[in-house]
Design a protein around this ligand. Structure first.
Ligand code: SF4
Length: 514
């Protein structure tokens, strides 16, 4: 058997390139990153540094940011691994010009510049948009779940946190007594003062965690009580990271998670907005995203597609007011069977079984079987009877101190109707079948009309591809399945770095000169 010989045996003299620059090929993407970061205005970052000349001179944010972004693209996330790469990897050494950067400096840098990173995000996107002209014709927005840096075993109810706090108080008093005793008599069998101080510090740290988690668990329980009443289950929170929430995992089971959300431009493929929302509240970031995008890039989005659970009435109304076309799948679509040329004519008897129904054991006709007549401001039921508005501008509470204005449309002909048992089998009151119409229904109908067109269907179909590709790349290729930091603010910063790295990749691997 013949084996390949080593090109350079260990004792043989070899000639390495005489400068770092010679080691990096002219078309290396890192050179593109260097040019891109040179074009950034770093004033907002530089203002965060103190001008006092004490200690070691600071390392410029260009090198720190570049290392973090390039590291993310190469699957290097931890600060210690970045420190190691800056000492041993020729590409990192070239980029930082052989500076030695400590892991603590990387860790601090990532957490400290929350506002400045938004500015960098905007500037990088503006540079990318110069390369790829985009009119923001089609945006897509969505969220995903990424695990928090917290154990799924350390999730407790408020009852646990209260009893743990009592126990910690007791332990604290005992440690204080011990400290007093060591002050009076010197006994080698007792713990030393340093040991007791360490114990007190650890108790205080745990107390702080418990207090934060207790507050969150109480808030969660109250929310659940408002929704489900007295039988609601108590809220559970993670002791390690109380800002995360117990949610179903993409891989199965439950764990503390965060919900990152993004808004992406279809034409350029860039992430234009990135944020972390609390729990499942992805709907809360749709309108702020559109406002931020319009302000940052001086262009108003034309079309935006989103998941149905994000398309709340408030979002649809606001986007309609802002002149942005929404594309989403709404549940309350009008039944095709209920549609007929003359609404005062009843639906054919043989078609009644095909009308949509909703409810448990005794389902009643779904509201999509009732057709709204805008001209006469009434609903037409499948029996060809009118439901006229009885109460207008009534208030309905939606939870979280929010309310919406509703109108009740009531049918007066139900008592003589032969389909009464199919239409409302559960109804025991004398009032006829009632349909509630809220203030957002007009917007929903506009969206439904838009979704009825071929263009609407295609735009909505593309949504999944636009956004899910990004989540797939971040999770599958860059290996981002869990956050490294704990706490909402730090996790938001970490997510911004990840999304920025994705955008940077789009530029430096595009092959176009920056
Ligand atoms: S019960 Fe009333 S609302 Fe229902 S189909 Fe009959 S008339 Fe119409």
């Amino acid at each position: 058997m013949r084996w390949a010989s080593a090109p350079s045996p260990r004792h043989q003299l070899v000639l390495f390139p005489t400068s770092l620059d010679e080691s990096i090929p002219a078309n290396h993407p890192l050179r593109q990153l260097d040019v891109l970061l040179d074009s950034i205005d770093w004033t907002s970052w530089e203002n965060n540094y103190s001008n006092e000349h004490c200690g070691q001179p600071a390392i410029h944010p260009k090198f720190m940011s570049g290392c973090i972004l390039y590291g993310l693209l190469k699957g290097i996330r931890s600060s210690r691994k970045l420190e190691d790469a800056c000492c041993n990897r020729i590409d990192f050494m070239w980029f930082v010009e052989n500076r030695k950067i400590d892991h603590a400096t990387f860790a601090k840098f990532r957490q400290q510049h929350g506002d400045a990173i938004k500015d960098l995000f905007r500037q990088v996107n503006q540079a990318a948009l110069k390369l790829r002209q985009s009119g923001f014709i089609e945006l897509a927005t969505d969220g995903t779940k990424i695990r928090a840096n917290a154990s799924r075993q350390k999730i407790y109810t408020e009852e646990f946190f209260s009893s743990r706090l009592d126990e910690l108080d007791r332990k604290f008093s005992e440690a204080m007594k011990e400290l007093e005793e060591t002050d009076v008599i010197e006994n080698p069998e007792l713990a030393t003062k340093e040991e007791i101080y360490r114990k007190l510090n650890s108790i205080n740290r745990e107390k702080q965690l418990c207090q934060n988690a207790l507050k969150k668990a109480e808030e969660l329980s109250q929310k659940r009580k408002r929704k489900a009443g007295a039988f609601a289950k108590p809220g559970k929170t993670s002791l390690t990271d109380s800002d995360s929430q117990l949610m179903p995992n993409k891989e199965g089971g439950f764990a503390p998670n965060y919900t990152p959300a993004v808004t992406v431009d279809k034409e350029s493929g860039l992430i234009l907005y990135a944020d972390i929302v609390e729990g499942h509240a992805e709907a809360d970031c749709v309108v702020p995203a559109m406002k931020e995008i319009t302000a940052n890039y001086c262009k108003k989005p034309v079309n935006v597609s989103m998941d149905s659970h994000v398309a709340s009435g408030e979002n649809l109304l606001q986007l309609e007011k802002d002149g942005i076309n929404t594309f989403t799948k709404l549940r309350n679509q009008t039944s095709e069977i209920a549609k007929r040329p003359d609404l005062s004519e009843p639906v054919k008897k043989e078609d009644w079984d095909k009308l949509p129904k909703a409810g448990g054991k005794r389902p009643q006709l779904h509201r999509s079987a009732f057709i709204y007549d805008e001209k006469n401001d009434c609903y037409w039921c499948p029996a060809g009877k009118q439901l006229k508005p009885e109460k207008k501008n009534a208030k309905a509470w939606m939870g979280s101190n929010k309310s919406k204005s509703i109108a009740l449309y009531i049918c007066k002909s139900c008592s003589e109707c032969e389909f009464k048992d199919t239409c409302m089998p559960r109804k025991k009151t004398k009032r006829g079948r009632t349909i509630t119409r809220d203030e957002y229904e007009n917007c929903r109908e506009k969206v439904l009309q838009r979704m009825d067109t071929q263009e609407g269907k295609e735009i909505y179909k593309r949504r999944m591809h636009i956004v899910e590709t990004i989540f797939g790349y971040l999770k599958g290729v860059l290996g981002i399945r869990q956050f490294l930091y704990r706490g909402m603010e730090k996790v938001k910063n970490e997510w911004s770095w990840m999304c920025l790295a994705y955008n940077v990749r789009k530029i430096i691997y595009s092959g176009q000169p920056v």
